[in-house]
Ligand binder design. Structure first.
Ligand SMILES: Nc1ncnc2c1ncn2[C@@H]1O[C@H](COP(=O)(O)OP(=O)(O)OP(=O)(O)O)[C@@H](O)[C@H]1O
Length: 242
């Protein structure tokens, strides 16, 4: 079996008395779109913060692209090819969309880079051509989300951590984000998604990890997870229709 791109082995994160991530093991295969779902406070963002090195693990190991990365700095992990697209984008407000994406291309994974080509590709992939000269200030939530995804992928990551990219979007904007995520995967970037929009998760994911109170309680394809009684009890409440 080929080694997954990202692997968490028995990862625990404690904040004083609170166990935010409790002995979580999971593997994200290269080329997949995987999702982390679970109720508010389940520990999904904490997992992102551990993978990016923003928080140190309390126990366990994280491996990425064949290297152990827990204990490395956020900068070192970004250089290895992990990028995160935040739910609340914080672009440079006075700069254009294009310059904000270019800044993403100036950082990120180490190795040869062509900043202009990466900028152009990310703008095209996220459908931002008509907005390239617009100031980031004043963009709609949907366009800010696309800018945030473009900025992140311009950094040429191997793995994109996408933090609730569909939050607050209307159905057509959500469809656009799903299309963008699929195009990102087609470009060879593996995606790990945290998302509360279950319709979007079910449509876009190859596999899903379900987190509840810090623990992984289920994993599988969307169909498997939607039918899992533990998941329905903890999170979904009612079966999800495709
Ligand atoms: N820096 C921190 N210090 C103390 N407790 C924290 C910290 N970060 C998260 N927590 C706690 O850890 C638990 C998991 O939080 P986390 O943000 O990972 O959940 P989540 O699944 O991402 O929730 P949501 O869906 O609401 O974003 C919560 O109880 C939260 O209050």
């Amino acid at each position: 079996m080929t080694e997954p791109l990202l692997r968490l082995d028995h990862v625990t994160k404690r904040f004083r008395g609170l166990v935010a991530t409790n002995d979580v093991s999971l593997a994200v295969p290269e080329g997949a779109i995987c999702s982390l779902i679970g109720p508010n406070g389940a520990g999904k963002s904490t997992i992102f913060n551990l993978v990016t090195g923003y928080l140190p693990v309390s126990e366990g190991e994280i491996h990425f692209a064949g290297r152990r990365i827990d204990g490395l700095s956020t900068r070192a992990i970004s250089h290895l090819g992990v990028a995160r697209a935040f739910q609340i984008a914080k672009p440079f407000p006075d700069l254009s969309v294009e310059d904000n994406v270019r800044i993403g291309a100036l950082f990120g994974r180490e190795g040869p880079r062509d900043v202009e080509r990466e900028t152009e590709q990310a703008i095209a992939l996220c459908g931002l051509e008509p907005l390239r000269d617009r100031q980031a200030l004043g963009l709609t939530v949907g366009n800010l989300r696309r800018l945030e995804l473009a900025r992140a992928i311009a950094a040429r990551p191997l793995l994109l951590l996408a933090d609730e990219p569909c939050a607050g979007l209307n159905p057509s904007e959500t469809d656009e984000v799903i299309e963008i995520l699929r195009r990102i995967r087609e470009r060879g970037i593996t995606v790990l998604l945290v998302e509360h929009d279950m319709g979007a998760v079910m449509r876009v994911s190859d596999s899903i990890f379900v987190i509840d109170a810090g623990r992984k309680i289920a994993e599988g394809t969307p169909v498997e997870v939607a039918a899992d009684p533990k998941v329905i009890a903890a999170y979904l409440g009612t079966p999800v229709e495709d």
